[in-house]
Design a protein around this ligand. Structure first.
Ligand code: SF4
Ligand code: FE
Length: 480
């Protein structure tokens, strides 16, 4: 396995094409806006090195018998699924941000079982190819970006009827040695921090959309791949170099519009090529795993936010006030509700025909549906406790100014348990998590990541067994 430092060096040595705020970057490494997101992924390597987290952060490959990072592991049991969620909670606690590596883990598990199913149906060889790719990722300890979301253009129209056929990623040329693909994947979490990108279709497809039914993996610095970094609220505070004003200057997440400009994919890296009727199954499996994931990562970030709210209360001297205590209890109750769902859908997992374990679909969708709401309520309560100073506190530079600094010190001091500077830092962290760069991961991604709320409601409707429930009522009532 790689150490954290080796991971950073390995990303540095790649030749990705990254655009950020109008500039093409040589590398993401060292860039003030992007380095915090690299630090978050680095934590997935550091945890695997730490004996304290050995059990959670590492696993044994069922393909090689070697010790590997859990982020490259195929789930072999419900216990593996539970450990994944627990690991994600720890990483959320340690980074207070999106640590990005889970999309790849969720993608490899979804592609693993689906390639097996496709081979059984059509006699193809995708499963063996995929296992070779997986062993390569496990042995090199690579970070893989799981890429699903196409730009989708006019939502009324299927891919082949779009005005611009590239609005869904597609095969534009088939050659004896591989295929050429064109299109884009939108808001790709962690793409510029990943070694490989594992592409999947974004929706269920019909045979008319055969060219869009494609899954493959290529290195992220392949010829033709261009990443355009998305802006985050308050991102330029990172450029100012003030840790205090940033709220969390060590860690962050990143998303990018990732364009595939006629990228060549060799045969051995193609895992679906026209099997349109399996696109839906692959999407469902990936979405299911990622909906489980949020019952871990968002809970860990929530732990930090609850802690920051409790510190803010202490710094104001109101920690014993009954309504403050009750709000902290409510935040804890809500946070653990998401965790309960993440653990439950893992415990109720089941083996797929390929042998790896999938989550309980209904419970994973209930998990994610809760995640579309609960972090917003936790954020609201944390802002309630924090008070208005969270958004009116002066800058670090003013704190250091010989005239303004002492005035800030005098008039913004509160309970003696914290210095004024510490009080401001605590509030800035709450601001970062609920309105700043980290709000992308903690709030908006909770809403739309792994599918927007309506996507879960569709799955809940499908899995909810309403007819069975009607029968239960009829039985009680003696109605035929
Ligand atoms: Fe992992 Fe959560 Fe980020 Fe998704 S949002 S990549 S599950 S940390
Ligand atoms: Fe996500």
């Amino acid at each position: 396995m790689m150490t954290g430092e080796q991971y950073i060096e390995s990303i540095h040595s790649m030749k990705m094409r990254i655009f950020c705020m109008g500039e093409e970057l040589e590398t993401a490494v060292g860039h003030p806006i992007l380095q915090p997101s690299l630090n978050s992924v680095k934590m997935t390597y550091e945890l695997a090195e730490d004996p304290k987290y050995h059990e959670l952060a590492t696993a044994v490959s069922h393909l090689t018998g070697h010790k590997i990072n859990r982020f490259t592991h195929i789930h072999e049991s419900c216990d593996d699924l539970v450990k994944k969620v627990k690991l994600q909670r720890v990483l959320g606690q340690k980074t207070a941000s999106c640590f990005q590596r889970c999309v790849g883990l969720d993608a490899i598990n979804a592609v693993y079982s689906t390639t097996y199913d496709i081979d059984k149906k059509y006699g193809t060889e995708y499963f063996e190819r995929f296992k070779k790719f997986l062993i390569y990722c496990q042995e090199k300890d690579l970070t893989v970006d799981g890429a699903m979301t196409d730009p989708k253009g006019n939502r009324k129209l299927p891919p082949h009827l779009q005005d611009d056929p590239d609005l869904y990623l597609r095969i534009v040329e088939r050659r004896p040695d591989g295929v050429i693909v064109r299109g884009a994947k939108a808001h790709q979490t962690g793409i510029c921090n990943s070694h490989e990108v594992l592409v999947m279709p974004t929706i269920a497809l019909s045979d008319e959309d055969k060219d869009y039914a494609v899954s493959f993996a290529v290195p992220t610095d392949s010829e033709g791949i261009v990443m355009i970094i998305g802006r985050q609220s308050c991102d330029t505070r990172k450029l100012e170099g003030s840790c205090q004003d940033t709220g969390n200057c060590k860690f962050g997440g990143v998303e990018a519009l990732t364009v595939f400009n006629d990228v060549f994919v060799p045969n051995e890296r193609i895992f679906m090529n026209g099997e349109a009727r399996y696109a839906g199954l692959l999407v469902e499996r990936f979405a299911g795993y990622h909906r489980q994931s949020y019952g871990g990562c968002k809970v860990g970030v929530g732990d930090v936010l609850i802690g920051a709210a409790a510190l803010a209360a202490e710094s104001n001297g109101v920690e014993s006030t009954s309504h403050i205590k009750d709000k902290l209890i409510e935040m804890t109750h809500l946070n653990e509700t998401m965790y309960a769902c993440g653990i439950a859908c893992s415990c109720q997992g089941h083996p797929t025909p390929s042998g790896n374990y999938d989550i309980d679909t209904l419970l994973a969708n209930v998990c994610k549906q809760n995640v579309t709401r609960i972090p917003y309520e936790i954020a609201r309560l944390s802002q309630d406790i924090a008070g208005g100073l969270m958004v009116t506190a002066p800058s670090e530079k003013d704190c250091a100014n010989p005239t303004a600094g002492p005035l800030i010190e005098k008039y913004l001091s509160a309970a003696s348990s914290f210095t004024t500077k510490e009080r401001i830092k605590i509030l800035r962290l709450i601001e970062n998590l609920t309105m700043g760069t980290a709000a992308v991961g903690y709030l908006t991604e909770s809403m739309h990541g792994a599918g927007s709320p309506q996507a879960q409601r569709i799955m809940i409707a499908r899995q909810g067994k309403l007819e069975h429930k009607k029968l239960l009522a009829k039985e009680i009532l003696g109605i035929e």
